[in-house]
Design a protein. Structure first.
Length: 75
């Protein structure tokens, strides 16, 4: 979580044309696990951190989230 917060607050995003986040982890449906075992919501705890409200330096810029994590069994 600290890494996401650090990244969210980067001032250099102001000069960027786009943002790409690649995340590899374990998870369950809609969630991934941090290295300390904390369960993070992909939508609320990761993607939302980089929206225009929470990360104004990325407002209006394309964002790509690549997440490789198991999401539970096959239904």
């Amino acid at each position: 979580m600290e890494v996401l917060e650090f990244e969210r607050l980067r001032k250099t995003h102001k000069d960027a044309d786009a943002f790409v986040l690649i995340l590899l982890s374990h998870g369950t449906h809609g969630y991934v696990y941090a290295k300390d075992g904390t369960k993070l919501s992909i939508e609320d705890d990761i993607v939302a951190k980089f929206d225009g409200t929470n990360c104004p330096n990325l407002r209006g810029k394309p964002k790509l989230f690549i997440i490789q994590a198991c999401q539970g069994g096959i239904v």
